[in-house]
Design a protein around this ligand. Sequence first.
Ligand code: 13P
Length: 252
Amino acid sequence: MRKPLIAGNWKMNLLNSKVPAYFTDLEKAIHGVDRKKVDTLLAVPAPFLATAREHAQRAGTLIATQTIHEKNDGAFTGEISIPILKDLGIDWTLIGHSERRQYYNETDASVAAKTKATLAAGIHPIVCVGETREEREAGKMKDVLKRQMEAVLAVVSADSAFTVAYEPVWAIGTGLTASDEQAEEAHAFIRAIVAAKFPTLAERLRILYGGSVKSSNIQGLLKQPNVDGALIGGASLDPAEFGKTVSLAASV
Ligand code: 13P
């Protein structure tokens, strides 16, 4: 069985000055949780990375950035490079979140370039895929997932260390969660695409579900054989709620 990863994505929320208290509260909320049963991670705004890294250790939580640039340096105003991330002691990043694809023109090609660069540098990417509501309603969910996954699979190898997050765009921040069965169908499909090219990688690959996950729905999702964790937006902003979700994940 793959060890579940419960990841939070703070997006553009919270404040650097609130980070220490967040981790104090998270530590309390997950005190006593068997950490052999669950991994935790938080993707925080870039200016909080150093503070978060310092305090996250108390809660045994990995820290990630929310996006990364594929080039090591240069005239790319506002971007964060892999060397900047490594210098801060951070080795995880989200790539290709639907909000990056939707608002910042990230494409399958740029997601692939970022994935390739991070893997080469020993950074662990959590690559996000998922269909929009229009795509699902037009019966194109599988076509979209296949296209997005094949772009990623073109730049990985059988021993690459990365994670996939399936986040149906229609379930993000809407309160609409995919049903356990809808999540399982998409996750099984993603795993089959990976298995067609890299069978052993597919066995160990963690596929997270994202889209209105919270403590009340985590267990049903994690009971699905191909759901290996969650990427949580809104409900990760409250450390007590995020901690409760982590505790429940450890007891599935
Ligand atoms: P919500 O949990 O707020 O729906 O956000 C999901 C998400 O986009 C996590 O990356």
